[in-house]
Design a protein around this ligand. Structure first.
Ligand SMILES: NC(=O)c1ccc[n+]([C@@H]2O[C@H](COP(=O)([O-])OP(=O)(O)OC[C@H]3O[C@@H](n4cnc5c(N)ncnc54)[C@H](OP(=O)(O)O)[C@@H]3O)[C@@H](O)[C@H]2O)c1
Length: 338
């Protein structure tokens, strides 16, 4: 096999700890109906942790990690009237993974043109974080002037984007949780009231919210519902609690207990969920329209994506540890090609 058919990649060789990760040559998909992208930045997501630990159904190792990256189009496969041209800069997103690699052959449906004003480094911070935050707050959560919103892990990738989007609406009061060490950053980014995650449950008791964005399922999700005002909304984005020792996907199966239908009825509550990848597959037009709007807000400096740090691809373990050890504020990136 010649070198053209392989590319340096972040490979998951089994399910478990950091030792299952390696950086090595891995076979390319055929170019066929795909486009070729020279990847510049990979963007880390919490989903990478779930995936490495084996919480994603139907994944068989070895496979390539990474759901989000940016780069430059270098070849077009066998596509009539391709919407992309060689030399254009794109965001790539595929929630099935496979994107942390130097050369990528990818379905053009999974690629999004970057505007001239946004470089590939900044571009790598946008897709997952800002779309997830925008769809939850605005499309599902219907956040309105002078309302209050509680954002869990408010300094993470999605969390910090959600704080900024909330602050584009007049009079919205933003409450957020996080590790104590992140309080200063949270306030600088727009959080009005910060709860240290360890003491949150005690401190928050008397407070009620119009909207809550949760990255926790299980008992915490049940508790959070009790903090909603009448006609309050809560949106489930993730299940970080799955990463606790002794947790596994079975914890999701018991999650049907965390929402009581009777309780929704008698408390006038709205419980919702969002899965960005599945929304993109089922309603790509909606996602495209919102992405264009987000690009404009960034160009107008109404949103300011936060990059925590940039690592070499060979440092994938150190970069991943930041998320798992709760150390990042904003987005962690890996620089893939020179
Ligand atoms: N549904 C969707 O379509 C969608 C899309 C994107 C992301 N998400 C979800 O949104 C959440 C945030 O994702 P992200 O990529 O932006 O990650 P992130 O927030 O940048 O990174 C992780 C942060 O989560 C907090 N955390 C809470 N429990 C944790 C645990 N058990 N282990 C490690 N960290 C924990 C930590 O912040 P503190 O210590 O400050 O709490 C940590 O810094 C995740 O649950 C992710 O799965 C969902």
């Amino acid at each position: 096999m010649n070198q053209e058919q392989k590319s340096i990649s972040v490979v998951v060789n089994g399910f478990g700890g950091y030792d299952v990760l390696s950086v090595e040559d891995f076979e390319l998909l055929s170019l066929a109906d795909n486009i070729q992208v020279k990847v510049e930045y990979g963007a880390l997501n919490f989903a990478d942790l779930y995936t490495r630990k084996g919480f994603m159904p139907n994944k068989k190792a070895p496979f390539i990690l990474g759901i989000e990256c940016t780069g430059v189009v270098t070849k077009i496969g066998n596509i009539k009237n391709s919407k992309f041209k060689v030399g254009q800069r794109v965001i790539c997103y595929d929630f099935n993974g496979g994107l942390y690699r130097e050369i990528l052959h990818i379905n053009p449906m999974s690629c999004f043109l970057l505007p001239d004003s946004i470089d590939t480094k900044l571009g790598a911070t946008i897709f997952v974080n800002y779309l997830t935050a925008y769809l939850s707050l605005i499309n599902i959560g219907n956040l309105r002037e002078n309302e209050s919103v509680l954002i869990l892990s408010c300094t993470g990738g999605v969390g910090s984007a959600a704080v900024q989007i909330s602050k584009t609406i007049n009079g919205v009061k933003v409450f957020g949780t996080g590790s104590k060490i992140k309080e200063t950053f949270a306030k600088e980014n727009g959080v009005d009231t910060f709860y240290c995650i360890e003491t949150f449950s005690d401190e928050v008791q008397d407070q009620k919210f119009d909207l809550i964005i949760s990255n926790e399922s299980g008992a915490m999700f049940t508790f959070l519902q009790s903090l909603l005002k009448p006609l309050g909304r809560i949106i489930l984005l993730g299940a970080n609690n799955m990463l606790q020792p002794a947790q596994n996907t079975d914890s999701l199966k018991t999650d049907c207990d965390s929402v009581s239908l009777m309780s929704l009825l008698i408390n006038n509550r709205i419980v919702a969920g969002l899965h960005l990848g599945i929304l993109l597959a089922t309603d790509p037009e909606k996602v495209h329209t919102i992405l264009e709007h987000i690009f404009k807000l960034i160009e107008q400096k109404k949103l300011n994506p936060v990059i925590h740090s940039v690592w070499k691809v060979s440092e994938i373990v150190e970069a991943t540890k930041l998320l798992e050890d709760r150390k990042n504020v904003g987005k962690v990136l890996i620089k893939i090609s020179k």
